[in-house]
Design a protein around this ligand. Structure first.
Ligand code: SF4
Length: 508
């Protein structure tokens, strides 16, 4: 963990200096920025939070910037950061840069803010690209899911999925009941209390996860179709998590104000680990007002406010409960857009019923309404039983093509083409090109048949073109690695996903 932190700090300095000699790390490295610097970035962040979630403020800001900020108590000169919120001007600058026209230098405040954002993006990439501990069969399987998601959901969406290896629900259900809940949370019915017996199971489980999955478990978190703050003992669980994995799990909550003292306690605890993001889901303008009035900009410098209120105009993923019903004035993603909020390629635990599922993100569909595939599920009574399940599932995780496996292309592929340069496979988002194989034309035909086993394909390719069997297997393995083969579990073994009862209006 120390080596990884050091690497992050080096990267944070590189990022800062790419914005100017007067820019320093703010997010990753503690103590580089003075109070004025922090204040500047925190107030810029607050302006942009209001701008992104409040359509009335947006209009006022365009009409009379300073009056708008004064009216909302945002202590900032908005003209100083104009290129961050004035979309037309920002677009013009971008175009000028592309066209080689002179562009005025960004203000100090803008450069500070942009550096801060890039540092946070580097954190996200660090969480996603973690290699340590994600080696061997499980690591190859996870990498395959990342590539598959890029084909199916597009690079932009895919880059935002951290593919966490573990997520622990400490409750059964969620008390909030958002109409758009993308993972179909059911109504809160029970929570996992931090009793001596549960504490022992929890700590043993964390050890087993670390032992079987590896260091990558540090990118896990303690919620899913649940709100972490529904559990009154949450602080104890994340304290154990930190002891086991070296960091606190990210907290994302839609109820930060329900017990403000508890929320503040958590924000204070996580300060011990610099370079961590917490998140508040903002469900309504009223909630934004409350959050902004109770927490200073500096309190929330490392807390992202997720714009889930209607006025933000951000469409909800058509997944989970949002697939069933939605208020008429709420925007949802269309079928062409990525429809998932799931971000785990690994194991999803519910501590109340002691269940575990092996999951990976996908487009929400009638079969997978919650936007993730369930590849295996089981229950455990103790840590040994859990170890046995995880070991068994990881041993089954497909990382190379078995000879008797039926081979078909991933249905998300819209075109394949044998060109002089190689073999192109394309989804609506990206194209991949395979090279160095003499029989792409034959292979392409057999792949489109969709019913041959790998062994049959290799044999037929050899018969037609004289290509060695192992060369064909190498290409099939590469297609599997790129997520280009159909790996959806067969439909004869459906796993039912529960989508919680609908609440027809905003819950707050
Ligand atoms: S989206 Fe809403 S209902 Fe779903 S888990 Fe989060 S807070 Fe609960």
């Amino acid at each position: 963990m120390d080596d990884r932190r050091n690497a992050r700090e080096v990267r944070a300095w590189e990022i800062a200096r790419s914005f100017g000699e007067d820019i320093v790390p703010l997010f990753t490295v503690r103590g580089c920025a003075d109070a004025e610097y922090i204040r500047d970035v925190a107030r810029t962040k607050r302006l942009l939070e209001r701008w992104s979630m409040d359509n009335v403020f947006r209009s006022l800001l365009y009409a009379n910037p300073q009056s708008a900020c004064d009216a909302y108590g945002i202590d900032i000169d908005p003209q100083n950061v104009r290129t961050l919120w004035h979309e037309r001007e920002a677009q013009q600058r971008k175009q000028d840069r592309i066209d080689g026209r002179p562009v005025p230098e960004d203000s100090l405040s803008v450069r500070r803010y942009r550096s801060f954002i890039v540092e946070k993006l580097a954190f996200r990439d660090w969480m996603r690209d973690v290699q340590t501990g994600v080696t061997g069969r499980f690591g190859l399987w996870r990498l395959q899911q990342m590539h598959r998601c890029t084909l199916e959901l597009g690079p932009a969406k895919s880059a935002g999925l951290v593919h966490a290896t573990v997520a622990f629900e400490l409750q059964k259900g969620c008390s909030v009941g958002c109409w758009f809940c993308g993972v179909g949370a059911e109504k809160l019915s029970a929570y996992f209390a931090y009793t001596p017996e549960n504490q022992a199971l929890w700590r043993d489980m964390l050890s087993v996860c670390h032992e079987v999955i590896g260091d990558s478990v540090f990118n896990g978190f303690c919620y899913w179709a649940s709100d972490p703050l529904d559990n009154p003992d949450y602080v104890h669980f994340i304290t154990d998590f930190r002891r086991a994995f070296g960091r606190y799990p990210q907290t994302t909550t839609a109820i930060p104000l329900r017990n403000e003292a508890k929320t503040r306690e958590i924000l204070e605890m996580v300060k011990a680990c610099p370079g961590e993001i917490q998140r508040f889901s903002i469900l309504s303008l009223k909630m934004l007002d409350e959050v902004h009035s109770r927490f200073t900009p500096e309190d929330l410098i490392n807390v992202e406010l997720l714009p889930l209120n209607r006025e933000s105009g951000v469409p909800k993923a058509n997944a989970g409960r949002a697939r069933l019903k939605s208020p008429r004035d709420q925007a949802k993603t269309s079928d062409e857009q990525p429809q998932t909020i799931a971000c785990v390629s690994g194991f999803l635990f519910n501590m109340v019923d002691r269940s575990v599922r092996m999951v990976t993100p996908c487009h929400a569909s009638d079969r997978w309404p919650n936007g993730y595939r369930v590849l295996a599920e089981g229950h455990f009574g103790n840590a040994d039983e859990l170890r046995n399940l995880l070991v068994k599932w990881i041993a089954r995780a497909e990382h190379v093509v078995a000879p008797d496996r039926t081979i078909a292309l991933n249905p998300c592929l819209v075109a394949t083409m044998v060109a002089e340069t190689g073999y192109d496979i394309s989804s609506i988002w990206v194209k991949r090109t395979l090279i160095n194989f003499p029989a792409f034309a034959t292979l392409d035909r057999l792949l489109h048949n969709g019913f041959h086993t790998a062994a049959d394909i290799a044999t037929l390719v050899e018969d037609e073109t004289g290509t060695a069997l192992e060369e064909t297997f190498n290409v099939l393995n590469e297609l599997l690695r790129l997520g280009a083969l159909d790996t959806e579990p067969v439909a004869s073994e459906p796993v039912v996903q529960y989508v919680g009862k609908i609440k027809a209006a905003d819950s707050v």
